[in-house]
Design a protein. Structure first.
Length: 637
């Protein structure tokens, strides 16, 4: 047994198993679907086709952990090639048609190592055998059978240096040396796998795009912008080697698609595609045919604009064959002849298919969660409301069984990040809560990405202030619309959503009947001092967005729930992964200890084999049983 003295945080604060079991026992209802139905690991998922189009790799559980299996397409013969039993494999990709690379961390610490293994299970190797180091993929070098380009922070925990890695031997060749005085935060290759673009931070809050014509050249500065003014190169032009396609909000509010000349440091030609309501979120191209293919953007759900008629024809055909389904092409072979696609909706994880372009042959591979009938699930509806200062806030509302009338008990569920956004689609957490009779409200409060530069900037230094007001205003909108029962509104969130939960019960103590903080920040000062080391080059940007502990001390203290625990009277459940590198366990320990010192009984759940969110299947089952029991105690009255 592990010595409690060696465990992270303060183990003496953690609630005893019998206390958590008493909470679980509060949920006594009879339901068609169990927690396990929503959160069990799928039998087959994450399919990827080999570059030669002959094999499929996919995740399947082995001893409750996601492991890699290989299937020969022609025969259907399947075998498992890994045997991880402590933790799920984090992700994988084909390095070539024979070899797969995958990443795995230790207990949620996010220090990901890269491993290699052949598709027959041979030559299994730890390719980055370094302690307390994490690896990033820069380029999988699709046309190179032997190498990939990765970034690692093994020489300096704050900086990632780029390396060519031999996928068979593990031999490393360093391509550039990062500079602590001007840290590079992003490296980019051209179509031939040559490292030719780097983006560094300067003066704390400026971004400098650097470029070189050849790998043997020195990088030179092309353009310097404030970090909120973005020029994000996506891929190189196929004909003009010093021009890139890029997503940019330079001199505009929304991100648009442009061509950018690295020699002149200016846009070339007209804007290729733009939306006036949202940012563009992605761009794709055909590597084989060397053409720009499509741009994507998210309004109520994801949409695509096609530049390539060949790809548009593929989507048109698939939509006719799979009516009413959202379609995502997830993998393709080198010849762009064989695609793997996945369907999904707001009520189903969907199905994987193999599509062969020649002959338009569409073959079903597997349903992801066949034990759930999508007709039993609840639709996720796009909604919007107006904040007190006039901003339009978009979000999603999932209501319970349509046979019941409102107002409903509602779970307010602010997303993490905070600089990401909620999107439309199947969410097992949302569907679990809806199956128990609760409505779920997800809002893209100010600062959520995708809505333009001004909307993002409006969140700066607004933790606990206008960002929280947006959430509060959404609750009042639900109440005024007779959707929410004002006496049965709970708030639950993870990461920044956990902070918003604590801020909600601190600054609006009468609004919520109960609250659940999952890996959330309680103290903005300690949060800033415990971030992962590789976030340090971005610390000045964090200061600009959240607050500077020296210059904004009063405001940060006012926004930190830990300094206002006397205001908290809402029943609170706290959940934490002990190895969390983003939100240190001290954030949870602080709020639990302070409240208990004031005589408030706060149930506290900690898992010592987890990090920023629970990944192991048995832990997922337990945490959602505790969440349901806690909600039943306060919402089922």
């Amino acid at each position: 047994m592990t010595d409690p003295k060696n465990l992270p945080g303060k183990p003496e604060l953690v609630s005893a198993p019998e206390v958590l079991q008493q909470i679980i026992d509060q949920d006594q209802g009879e339901y068609k679907y169990s927690v396990e139905d929503f959160f069990r690991t799928p039998e087959q998922t994450a399919f990827s086709i080999s570059p030669d189009g002959l094999h499929l790799a996919f995740f399947s559980p082995y001893k409750r952990r996601k492991n890699i299996f290989i299937r020969e397409i022609s025969s259907g013969e399947t075998m498992r090639i890994t045997e991880e039993t402590e933790r799920d494999i984090g992700g994988f990709f084909w390095a070539n048609s024979k070899r797969i690379l995958y990443v795995k961390d230790d207990g949620g610490d996010e220090n990901f190592r890269l491993y290699g293994i052949n598709h027959d299970g041979s030559e299994h190797q730890d390719l980055t055998p370094y302690q307390d180091v994490t690896v990033q993929l820069i380029d999988d070098l699709e046309d190179d059978e032997d190498e990939v380009i990765i970034g690692m922070n093994k020489d300096n925990p704050e900086l990632f240096d780029p390396y060519r890695l031999n996928v068979h031997s593990g031999e490393l060749t360093q391509l550039a040396k990062n500079n602590p005085a001007a840290p590079v935060t992003h490296w980019m290759t051209d179509h031939d796998g040559r490292l030719r673009i780097a983006m560094r931070t300067e003066g704390g809050t400026n971004t400098v795009v650097m470029y070189r014509d050849q790998e043997e050249d020195d990088f030179r500065d092309v353009i310097t912008t404030d970090f909120t003014e973005e020029i994000n190169p996506v891929f190189f032009d196929f004909e003009t080697p010093h021009v890139v396609y890029a997503l940019s909000n330079l001199d505009r509010d929304k991100k648009v698609l442009i061509r950018f000349d690295m020699h002149t440091g200016k846009e070339t030609g007209d804007v290729i595609f733009e939306r006036n309501d949202v940012d563009l979120s992605g761009v794709s191209y055909s590597r084989k045919r060397k053409v720009l293919a499509a741009a994507s953007f998210v309004t109520d759900r994801i949409h695509r604009h096609f530049f390539d008629q060949h790809l548009a024809n593929i989507y048109d055909y698939l939509k006719k064959q799979l009516p009413g389904k959202e379609i995502a092409l997830t993998s393709v072979d080198l010849d762009e002849e064989n695609y793997i696609l996945r369907t999904y909706s707001d009520r189903s994880l969907g199905t994987y298919y193999h599509f062969k372009v020649t002959g338009q042959a569409l073959t079903k591979i597997t349903d992801i969660s066949p034990w759930i009938d999508e007709d039993d699930m609840r639709p996720m509806e796009a909604v919007s409301y107006t904040s007190r200062d006039g901003l339009t806030i978009h979000g999603y509302l999932t209501l319970p069984d349509s046979n019941t009338d409102g107002p409903y008990p509602i779970i307010v569920n602010p997303h993490g990040g905070p600089w990401v956004r909620d999107t439309w689609g199947y969410n097992p957490e949302v569907q679990l809560l809806a199956s128990r009779g609760y409505g779920v409200f997800q809002m893209n409060y100010r600062g959520s990405t995708g809505y333009g530069k001004d909307f993002w900037r409006s969140s700066f230094k607004q933790w606990g202030r206008k960002m929280q007001d947006d959430i509060t205003d959404g609750v009042h909108w639900l109440i005024n619309e007779k959707i929410a029962d004002p006496k049965r509104v709970a708030i639950y969130g993870g990461s920044y959503g956990g902070y918003a939960t604590l801020a909600g019960v601190t600054f609006t103590p009468d609004l919520y009947c109960c609250a659940i903080d999952y890996v959330g920040v309680s103290n903005l000062f300690t949060f800033m001092t415990t971030i992962p080391p590789y976030w340090k080059p971005l610390l000045d940007m964090m200061y600009a967005m959240v607050g500077n502990p020296e210059l904004d001390e009063e405001e940060m203290r006012a926004a930190s729930p830990i300094f206002h625990v006397d205001k908290i009277k809402t029943p609170l459940l706290v959940i934490q992964g002990a190895n969390d590198p983003r939100v240190n366990i001290d954030e949870a320990d602080q709020i639990v200890e302070q409240l208990r010192n004031k005589g408030v009984n706060v149930p506290y759940m900690v898992k010592y084999d987890e990090g920023h969110g629970f990944r192991n299947e048995e832990n997922r089952f337990e945490v959602y049983r505790v969440i349901l029991g806690f909600l039943a105690r306060y919402l089922n009255n």
